[in-house]
Design a protein around this ligand. Structure first.
Ligand code: TYD
Length: 209
């Protein structure tokens, strides 16, 4: 493995992706890779400011989608593209599938408008639309996720949504996966942590053939 690689991690709030992303960062480093570990919305000083707004202010659905894509553009141009050009493994905690799942699924915002924004924002030199090479979807029922989240910290704007919202987010991820199945690895997050980790590693190995 010595080429650049762009991997995104997705799932509803409470799916437990964070520990596995950290673990994977160490796993790649121990194999001699340079790793860029980052997240969306966020990843640059400006995009982190947009994250604060997106997660804590209520706003019109189009505004919300535009803020997500504005943060993404900054992040893509200033962090992700340079890292891929250096040959890094880029591990990104959420990317565009989250916008389709949360804004498109959860908020029921127009899927076609999101596709238009995706084309504009992710158009970079040599890529008509930059996409992750692999997307690991930590899939979990919203009921189980809600039980996990109730033990967690003060919820943000999305975490405080009802279960019905997360059912629509989950359906949004499923729809996105049907559009580009080869990019996705769907993992059941409703398993002991070591079994989820085993599935994460096998998704990595299967994708890198
Ligand atoms: P999350 O990734 O869960 O971070 P943390 O673990 O620190 O809470 O939080 C980001 C939230 O933003 C999450 O609820 C999903 C939401 N989100 C969108 O609604 N649209 C997007 O495009 C992205 C990237 C995230």
């Amino acid at each position: 493995m010595n080429r650049s690689w762009f991997i995104s991690f997705e799932g509803i709030d409470g799916a437990g992706k964070s520990t596995h992303i950290e673990g994977l960062s160490e796993w790649f480093k121990s194999r001699g890779h340079h790793v860029t570990l980052t997240r969306e919305p966020g990843g640059t000083p400006l995009a982190e400011k947009l994250r604060e707004l997106a997660l804590h202010e209520s706003m019109d659905p189009l505004t919300e989608a535009l803020v997500m894509f504005a943060a993404r553009r900054e992040h893509l141009i200033h962090v992700i593209e340079p890292a891929l050009a250096r040959g890094d493994v880029v591990l990104c905690d959420r990317f565009t599938d989250a916008t389709f799942a949360y804004q498109g699924g959860g908020r029921e915002f127009d899927w076609g408008v999101l596709q238009t924004l995706e084309k504009m924002v992710q158009h970079v030199p040599a890529h008509l639309i930059r996409q992750p090479d692999l997307t690991i979807w930590f899939d979990l029922s919203p009921e189980v996720a809600a039980q996990r989240l109730s033990k967690a910290r003060v919820p943000d704007k999305f975490e405080s949504q009802p279960i019905s919202f997360f059912q629509k987010v989950r359906a949004g991820y499923a729809k996105r996966m049907t559009e580009t199945p080869s990019r996705f690895a769907q993992i059941s997050a409703d398993q002991p942590r070591e079994d989820v980790w085993r599935d994460v590693l096998s998704a990595i190995e299967n994708a890198y053939k």
